[in-house]
Design a protein around this ligand. Structure first.
Ligand code: TXA
Ligand code: MG
Length: 319
């Protein structure tokens, strides 16, 4: 049965409008993937440059061929293992796919999200829904409907409510067009889990934030308040010299002295829980009048890859 709100959302999409909807990763800003005018509206609402391609969301594995002209065995395996779920497959596109989706490349990103509202919408719409994260370009992705309202309210036709996103970080993106798949964006489905499934070592492409020359940092996934990374053993000396109102976001056990101007946020030392909470925490800190947000560096282990990647981008690697 289709609920009235899903019917309304479907009608908006058919008319070329924009509908923000929840997924298990972050909220997406959806438009009919087959309607170039609707796709243009996504870029306008987000103030996003055209050289950033869009992910197309579908509701069933059998729809892969509507968008991808080649679906290798590795893609089928990954889809069956992880969909619906936080994984985006990069595949060779069908000729009809708009350049607005692919940024003129020969490939397309596809995924089936794991959220009942997203799946109801996709099934009722019965087509592909192009959806980037529902934030203004370079901002933090929204993990609640309220955060979408804050980012894009007034610029979109409808926001579907779906609670707090379960995963909290954007999907893992894997390019399966090459002999050996490459992870283009780490996510909570790890390189290890993918390598184990495929029986081959799958590498992580060097993160842009890591390879970019110092001083050339382009912030992405960033709060408005200046954010920087800090190592656990630098915290106490920082506190001695600091005079500004600051927030310090940590995950490890440490002394949290009550000092004027210092607001502590303790997140989980478990990566899944940390990922679930980090964007929401940064967004809430952004509403307060801190001069800076300091974020404790997370471990170098693979289970923290996605989190480390987003924190590097949110801080431009600043110390
Ligand atoms: O979890 C997610 O993936 C969320 C939810 C809404 O599904 N979406 C999301 O979309 O994070 P967006 O647009 O914020 O990030 C999509 C990323 C971009 O960095 C883009 O460059 C990359 O996917 N991408 C999309 N199509 C691609 C392609 N054909 N080749 C390489 N990268 C692609
Ligand atoms: Mg995004």
């Amino acid at each position: 049965m289709t609920t009235p709100i899903i019917t309304k959302a479907t009608n908006i999409l058919r008319e070329g409008g924009l509908v923000a909807f929840p997924t298990e990763t972050v909220y997406g800003l959806g438009a009919d993937a087959a309607n170039p005018d609707a796709l243009q509206r996504i870029f306008a609402a987000k103030e996003r440059p055209y050289n950033h391609p869009l992910i197309v969301h579908i509701s069933a594995i059998k729809n892969l061929n509507d968008w991808a002209r080649e679906v290798p065995e590795t893609a089928i395996k990954l889809a069956h293992a992880f969909w619906p779920g936080p994984l985006t497959l990069i595949l060779k596109k069908q000729p009809h796919v708009s350049d607005l989706i692919t940024s003129g490349q020969d490939t397309i990103g596809l995924r089936i999200p794991k959220h009942p509202v997203a799946l109801q919408l996709l099934q009722a719409f019965a087509g592909g829904i192009a959806a980037p994260s529902a934030n203004r370009f370079t901002h933090i992705s929204p993990t609640t409907a309220m955060a979408v309202q804050e980012e894009l309210g007034g610029k979109i036709d409808l926001i579907l409510e779906g609670g707090l996103c379960e995963v909290g970080l954007e999907s893992t993106i894997i390019d399966v067009t090459r002999e050996t798949p490459v992870i283009l964006r780490p996510g909570m489905i790890s390189a290890q889990a993918i390598s184990a499934l495929l029986g081959m070592q799958v590498a992580l492409a060097a993160s842009e934030a890591e390879i970019r020359a110092p001083g050339m940092h382009h912030l992405h996934y960033a709060p408005n308040t200046a954010a920087a990374l800090i190592a656990k053993d630098e915290v106490s000396s920082f506190l001695q010299i600091n005079k500004d109102p600051v927030a310090i976001v940590i995950y490890s056990e440490m002394n949290m002295p009550e000092i004027p101007n210092v607001h502590w946020v303790k997140l989980s030392d478990k990566p899944a829980q940390y990922a679930h909470d980090i964007y929401q925490s940064l967004r809430s800190l952004d509403h307060q009048q801190f001069k800076r947000i300091l974020i404790e560096r997370v471990p170098d282990t693979t289970e923290w890859d996605a989190i480390r990647d987003r924190l590097l981008k949110a801080t431009g690697g600043r110390k």
